[in-house]
Write a protein that binds this ligand. Structure first.
Ligand code: MG
Length: 376
């Protein structure tokens, strides 16, 4: 199927920061996807926490399986909307590369440590990983990805950071945060696919962990409706199969809703190019009704799962690990890998080093440097 006029066309890419000859058989976005899959940061995602710390169980989502689910949902929707599937896949697989160990707790702690040194934002860090921190190629740092992939990776950015990016790269990936335009439709789609994916898999992981129950989920209209539907069709359905069937139906309904609502929006705005789409306001969206239901689900998860006392307790330990690692490396930079120890921008080097760690490496390093074992 051919791409829509409003899709990103790899042949019309704004290109790479370091110009390269075209590949003989792959498009520029396929190439970006391949570079991401082969990166070191991508392999680390398997040992990084999504919500549940890695050691708490083998079946919970990690950043890697989360990223694969985002890519799957994104590609399904992209194909239906005739958007560029390869670009969606590249952005989805890279969108969490900058996450610290220990999920949001790790990021909050690191942001705190960096508050007098420019702060720490995981979206910006994902961009730093692909622009600067990966060491794979002879002639440049980073993966030298296309503008469109980098644009999608930088999902959010503070004004101060956008201004800094704009100064380094005029008209580049920071610009849209200053002129308030949108990223490509492919990037908008990844953003929404991320939300659909974590809302669904956090229900699954939450129930699996025993921290939330299916009975509690009855208060979430979106889930309750599909659980009822599943039971009406399969009255004997129990346990995990009942949960999966409800989640599966909920996921499908959200995907079809995004496709229909976005098609309607595209019909109204009628962008004739990817660039026109960037200046047509947000176009990849849920219908108003689904947006509300999805927000209610998110609120439920915040109240009952992310702020569950048991989650808060382990994340408290994780924050301490990050804070104490930061202090230890700042006091003695030679404890870091040589390349980081040699850098002149010490706090940022420490933040980059810690952000790159897997959960278990961070826990081991913490034990090595402090003699205390806070996490198994
Ligand atoms: Mg994500």
């Amino acid at each position: 199927m051919s791409l829509a006029a409003y899709a990103c066309d790899p042949a019309a890419s704004r290109g790479r920061r370091h110009p390269e000859a075209a590949a003989p058989t792959r498009t520029e976005f396929q190439r970006d996807r391949d570079r991401i899959v082969h990166s070191t940061a991508f392999r680390r995602l398997v040992y990084k926490t999504q919500v549940f710390l890695n050691h708490e169980g083998d079946l919970f989502r990690t950043r890697l399986t989360h990223s694969l689910e985002v890519a799957q949902l994104g590609r399904s929707i992209a194909r239906a909307l005739r958007l560029n599937e390869d670009l969606v896949e590249a952005i989805a697989l890279a969108h969490d590369l900058g996450h610290t160990p220990f999920g949001h707790a790790g990021q909050d702690a690191l942001n705190d440590c960096m508050k007098d040194h420019g702060g720490f934002e995981h979206n910006l860090q994902s961009l730093r990983v692909v622009d600067e921190l990966e060491e794979r190629y002879p002639r440049y740092d980073g993966l030298n990805l296309c503008f469109e992939t980098r644009e999608g990776i930088l999902k959010h950015c503070s004004r101060a950071n956008a201004e800094r990016l704009e100064a380094q790269e005029p008209g580049g990936v920071g610009r849209r945060f200053l002129d308030r335009s949108q990223p490509s439709l492919e990037a908008q789609l990844c953003n929404l696919a991320d939300e659909i994916a974590y809302n669904a898999h956090d229900i699954d992981d939450g129930v699996r962990s025993g921290l939330i129950s299916m009975e509690q989920l009855e208060e979430v209209a979106l889930f309750a409706r599909f659980r009822r539907e599943a039971l009406a069709e399969h009255p004997d359905l129990q346990g995990r199969r009942q949960l999966y069937e409800a989640i599966r139906r909920m996921l499908s309904a959200q995907v079809y809703d995004v496709i229909a609502a976005t098609r309607a929006g595209l019909d109204r705005a009628a962008p004739r190019s990817a660039d026109q789409a960037r200046h047509s306001g947000p176009l990849v969206a849920f219908s108003a009704g689904m947006a509300q239901q999805s927000a209610a689900l998110k609120q439920f998860l915040l109240r009952n799962l992310y702020r569950h006392p048991q989650v808060v307790e382990t994340t408290g330990q994780a924050k301490r690990v990050v804070r104490e690692l930061f202090a230890a490396y700042c006091a003695d930079p030679t404890q870091m890998q040589a390349g980081f120890a040699a850098r002149t921008d010490l706090p940022r080097a420490v933040a980059d080093y810690i952000a790159g760690m897997t959960d278990r490496f961070a826990a081991r390093e913490h034990e090595r440097l402090t003699g205390q074992r806070l996490l198994p």
